[in-house]
Design a protein around this ligand. Structure first.
Ligand SMILES: *[C@@H]1O[C@H](CO)[C@@H](O)[C@H](O)[C@H]1NC(C)=O
Ligand SMILES: *[C@@H]1O[C@H](CO)[C@@H](O)[C@H](O)[C@H]1NC(C)=O
Ligand SMILES: [Cu+2]
Length: 235
């Protein structure tokens, strides 16, 4: 190894370190920004109380902007929210949609179900507890300006034979209410129990670990080069 190539190798080391340093920083930023996006949308959060006043969604009709979130707060004893299609009131919509799971609770539930609304298409809702949909526990997000109405949906629901729900919770996040943000960073993702956010957390953890390992490797390369420089000087 000649002097020039040693210097070249040596002077490139800080670059290698900088590069891996940035990589580690960027994965940390990714993890941080996903938490921020959960909390920073506070202005676009709408609350719907589920079963607070009998078999109702309150409000049962609300208009929200694309990107807004709707938080369902559950009251005793047992309710849920499912997306239906207008034509089939007490059944899950056949593609897409969401299901909160059943919230069996003796007081307002600590956790809420949060759905992100992506567009202005109507989202028809019902409670999946047997009999509740038929009794009028239905609602709509972004009702159409003409044609289908909540009253028509409710009338059809009253005649529905039975209710069914999807096999699994999906289409939203089970987590802490935005109003319970005692610390701004802990909101939303911290106590979310949905499998989705759990796997997201472990994914970003492993990214960080990989970056740390890479940095350790970069450190070893640096030590080797230093050894090389010394042995060249000894010659
Ligand atoms: C909005 O889009 C996200 C991401 O594709 C999806 O997970 C979610 O279910 C959608 N929301 C609704 C209400 O369909
Ligand atoms: C969230 O926390 C901030 C600061 O701690 C507070 O001002 C705000 O009112 C809280 N948001 C809600 C919806 O309670
Ligand atoms: Cu119900």
């Amino acid at each position: 190894m000649n002097l020039l190539s040693t210097i070249a190798l040596f002077s490139s080391l800080p670059l290698i370190h900088a590069q891996y340093g940035n990589q580690a920083k960027s994965s940390a930023t990714t993890a941080a920004s996903s938490t921020t996006s959960t909390t920073s949308a506070a202005s676009g959060i709408h609350t719907v109380d589920v079963g607070e006043d009998g078999l109702t969604f309150n409000p049962d009709s609300l208009t929200v902007s694309p990107g807004d979130k709707v938080e369902f707060h559950f009251y005793p004893p047992d309710h849920s929210v499912v997306q239906a299609s207008f034509d089939n009131p007490c059944q899950p919509i056949s593609s897409g949609g969401f299901f909160s799971g059943f919230f069996q609770t003796s007081q307002e539930s600590k956790t809420v179900f949060t759905v992100t609304v992506n567009n202005t298409d109507p989202i028809w809702l019902y409670c999946g507890v047997q009999g509740h949909c038929q009794a009028g526990m239905v609602g709509v997000i972004n009702p159409p300006s003409s044609g289908d109405t909540l009253d028509l949906f409710k009338a059809a629901a009253a005649k529905a034979k039975d209710s069914t729900v999807p096999a699994n919770v999906f289409g939203g996040v089970v987590g802490t209410a935005s109003s319970e943000n005692t610390s701004s960073t802990a909101t939303g993702t911290a106590t979310a129990t949905s499998t989705g956010s759990a796997s997201k957390t472990s994914a970003s953890t492993s990214t960080t670990t990989n970056a740390a390992n890479t940095m350790r490797t970069a450190g070893d390369v640096g030590a080797l080069a230093l050894l090389g420089l010394f042995s060249w000087l000894m010659m």
